[in-house]
Write a protein that binds this ligand. Sequence first.
Ligand code: FES
Length: 120
Amino acid sequence: MDANKKYTWHKIAASIEEINFSANGLAEIAAGNKTICIALHQNELFACTQKCPHAGGIMAGGHIDATGNIVCPLHRYKYSLSNGRNTSGEGYFLKTFPVEMRQEGIFVGLEKNNLFGLLK
Ligand code: FES
């Protein structure tokens, strides 16, 4: 399926400078009617769900390790920012979202018509 047909794109900011990143390179931001976590790692932007799939840790309160994993602040499980894989091996999966930097600003793609979109 064409990626652009699968997603509804939401503008989250006009530029990277407009996002209020913590010293750890993470921030919470609104995308449509959701709050998500946005990450800046080596000049690249990534997006994932606000809460950890393990026990609801707030991902923006964690940090990014040297290899580009986001580390949850609660129990330190690690997830790849690029694909959500649980790289510390506990078997969870962190939902990630595509990010596009366009001339008009920064956009995050949320999947259309799925159950996840109805839950907050
Ligand atoms: S809540 Fe994130 S690792 Fe437990």
